[in-house]
Design a protein around this ligand. Structure first.
Ligand code: FAD
Ligand code: 2HG
Ligand code: ZN
Length: 476
């Protein structure tokens, strides 16, 4: 390996290279401070051709490549190993929106574009890019596609996988695959696009994407409701599909414990309801049908009010507030979106990003809460999340005042109890955050030999030298 750094500099220039330890540091750790790795350099190419040339150099010098976007991932997938011969390849300079095709409802972007920029550019054209998550101001579309991100509108629009038409990818051989096709129909053999989506950078580097757009909703109704229990939440959602004329775009469940943390760590936040309740649902309905002055047809807010009125009479809903304006809706959403940050401030926690079928949520919740308490009675469960997708962040906070070292021996038994139950209910141990380096052993434990062998075969076929984000998802 002669003058590897010098050759990198020759490809990406001074601007695209970080070698100084302090400057490298933010790229070598994850936001949860779970991991701290090392890297020969952080490389920030400005074009796809530069990405390909960097990968080519890494092949020659047998250096592994860890792709990174906004570094908001939950699983340490974008963090290099402590003892590897790796570079971090950050896409953060490849941040151009290349084209918005409002007629064709598509947008073509480079991988390093921040998700919020994509949403805003779509809105400027009266279009919607529906991927929405609390990290949207920092995460990149390349990271979203590589983790097949979910977020708060999946039940209406689907995961990231469903929001993309075409990709451009730099392969582990340093070649450029141009699959930037804006085609709704394309049955030409194996679907390479679907292989790279959700691959967490282990099969190649996504450099560009053609995204799908939708019409921008004109009528949005948002309610903050207190519900009796998770069973009531699921029943409320089930009826809401018809009551809203199939316009449910979000249905987020939260336990009181999570709200308490948000109120504690965000001094401006307030509880929309006067009484304390055990469970809350944030329900949002959106429609592209606009309401004009003189229009006699009922809008979504009226429909929602009628529906929640019935739900209160039947005892499903205990109390509710419908947002009267956008500011109120944003305040409801802030209570939901600040869960992650507030839990970080509260102390150490275990994240269980699980899914079961929606109708199994109530039974899973009851049994899961008991299971965690059986292992560590003083633990503080904080279940919340995308109940409309059957995806709950079944998180477990350490007992108040405990530090990481004291909590550490309890993590494995608590997670095992939760994941065993998830699998018994036919669910998934990672609904939307992926595997990264955190869940490699769990994946190997909970998925079948056939599934793992197939995954390893794909990895070996596409990346025989194991240079593309090695040790993430599966070890080969
Ligand atoms: P990174 O963290 O940089 O990388 C993630 C993985 O993708 C890594 O394995 C990395 O190697 C790989 N990668 C990144 N870019 C590329 C590329 N161009 N080509 C190939 N591989 C690449 N996730 C959800 O699904 N739903 C949520 O609701 C949600 N909410 C969140 C809320 C908060 C407050 C935070 C901090 C995170 C949340 N996340 C959520 C997790 C995270 O934001 C997503 O996983 C996001 O998609 C990661 O994007 P990123 O650009 O930060 O990727
Ligand atoms: C969310 O839904 C994210 O807000 C983060 O997926 C979940 O903090 C978490 O566990
Ligand atoms: Zn989530």
């Amino acid at each position: 390996m002669t003058d590897f750094i010098g050759k990198l500099r020759g490809i990406v220039g001074e601007r695209g290279l970080i070698t100084e330890e302090d400057a490298k540091h933010p790229y070598l750790t994850d936001w949860r401070d779970n991991y701290l790795g090392t890297a020969l350099a952080v490389v920030r190419p400005g074009t796809t051709e530069e990405v390909a040339a960097v990968v080519g150099l890494c092949i020659d010098d047998k250096v592994a490549v860890v792709p990174q976007g906004g570094n908001t991932g939950m699983m340490g997938g974008g963090t290099p190993h402590r003892d590897g011969r790796e570079i971090v390849l950050s896409l953060n300079r490849m941040n151009r929106v290349i084209e918005v095709d409002a007629i064709g409802y598509t947008m073509t972007v480079e991988a390093g574009v921040i998700l919020k920029t994509i949403q805003d550019r779509a809105a400027e054209h009266d279009r919607l890019f529906p991927l929405s998550l609390a990290a949207e101001g920092s995460c990149t579309i390349g990271g979203n596609l590589s983790t097949n991100a979910g977020g708060v509108q999946v039940l209406q629009y689907g995961n990231a996988r469903q929001l993309v038409l075409g990709l451009e990818v730099v392969t582990p051989q340093g070649e450029i695959w141009n699959g930037l096709r804006a085609l709704k129909k394309d049955n030409t053999g194996y679907d390479l696009r679907d292989l790279y989506l959700g691959a967490e950078g282990t099969l190649g580097i996504i450099t560009k994407a053609v995204l799908k757009l939708w019409p921008k909703p004109k009528d949005v109704a948002t309610a903050w409701t207190a519900v009796r229990d998770p069973q009531a939440a699921v029943t409320l959602l089930s009826g809401a599909h018809a009551a809203s004329e199939d316009n449910v775009t979000s249905c987020e469940l939260m336990a009181r414990q999570g709200i308490d943390f948000v109120l504690k760590h965000n001094p401006g936040a307030t509880d929309p309801l006067t009484e304390r309740h055990d469970w809350y649902v944030l329900l949002e309905w959106s429609s592209t049908r606009s309401r004009r002055a003189g229009d006699n047809a009922t809008g979504l807010a009226e429909k929602m009010e009628a529906y929640l009125g019935e739900a209160m009479e039947s005892g499903l809903v205990v109390d509710a507030a419908i947002a009267q304006n956008e500011a109120q809706a944003r305040a409801f959403w802030a209570l939901r979106e600040n869960h992650t940050e507030s839990q970080k401030r509260e102390g150490p926690s275990i994240k269980h990003d699980i899914s079961v079928s929606v109708s199994k949520i109530p039974a899973f919740m009851t049994e899961g809460l008991q299971a965690m308490k059986r292992v560590l009675p003083e633990c503080r469960p904080v279940p919340f999340g995308h109940v409309g997708d059957g995806n709950i962040h079944f998180n477990c906070m350490a007992p108040a005042g405990w530090d990481r070292a004291r909590f550490a021996p309890h993590i494995e038994p608590i997670s095992a109890a939760v994941y065993d139950l998830v699998v018994a209910h036919g669910g998934s141990i990672s609904a939307e955050h992926g595997i990264g380096q955190l869940k490699v052993d769990e994946l190997a434990h909970y998925r079948s030999r056939v599934e793992l062998d197939t995954m390893r075969a794909i990895k070996r076929a596409l990346d025989p030298q194991n240079l593309m984000n090695p040790g993430k998802i599966v070890r080969i």
